[in-house]
Design a protein around this ligand. Sequence first.
Ligand code: KG4
Length: 337
Amino acid sequence: MRILAIESSCDDTAAAVLDPDRGILSSAVSNQDAIHSPFGGIVPELASRRHIEMVAAVTGEALRRAGCGLEGIGLIAATQGPGLVGSVLVGFTFAKALAMARNLPCVGVDHIAGHLLSCRLEARRPDFPYTALIVSGGNTALFAVENAVRFLPLGRTRDDAAGEAFDKVAKLLGLGYPGGPAVSRLAADGDPAAFSFPRARLGADNLDFSFSGLKTAVATATASLREGGHPLTPEELADLCASFQEAVIDVLVEKTLAAARRHHHRRIALGGGVAANPRLRSAMTEACADKGLELFLPSPALCTDNAAMIALAGYHCFLQGDRIDPDSDAYSRSPLH
Ligand code: KG4
């Protein structure tokens, strides 16, 4: 069976065709960075308008690259939430309309379920169960992934998501949007110990995250360096980025390993845009090797928003009998938490 999936939860319009036996046949993504970067963050109204302009073209492109028409598709899957609800609605409504017009079954997929399973799209993939850390612009959470449809929430951020913290720090430092890649590029030349920024551990057994205090600490350090109207030197900028990044990563690695230990998991997987961060990937690789744990890192294109992961999660929803009807609504908060 070939699955056509559509994803539009945030600022990427994505479509993919997946054959569960053969793998990803195509994955097309149209990003909106150029539209949002002048504002230093995503403008929800502009995001949904752009999805409307792009959704048919991106879907057509995914079908073309897969070498099939809609007649070759057996299932349509679409992100139902969470995300910016105006954005989600565009892809979700488009998918429902397509399914109705073609008399195809349609499933609504939780975006987080897609990230939790994205590591299983790679040739080397984890068996169940595993501990998964999802780190994106909208979510930072730990889950025990028991099978392809059963996810146990273990911890989540109490304030900013990790990607949001990267984006806000980038904005503060004048690095533009999206900020994560810019901060991680500059961090590569900085000293991670130059500033001692706080790590919010929230108690020994706690698997929740908090990044707002760290963000404030970076703002305070930046303001004191800029006192008297001095612009930041390239060295100061690189050190601020490296020290901030290290504080985020220390906590992400520590809590992920604690979650795996508590649930007796020997496998760890990452997902979400921040999982593309090279320092997080290397720190997690070292920590897992040290503890004898297996680590599964999706390729960067499967970490950031994509529709292939929605196709895979949708396929498993379909196998357990899920279907949506034309009245099903999009949601902005995930029931998985
Ligand atoms: O998963 P994603 O594409 O979209 C959602 O938020 O759902 O993640 C985007 C987030 C942004 O906050 C972006 O700054 C961050 O992932 N990101 C990174 C890196 N690449 C993307 N953060 C840190 N380092 C990176 N290399």
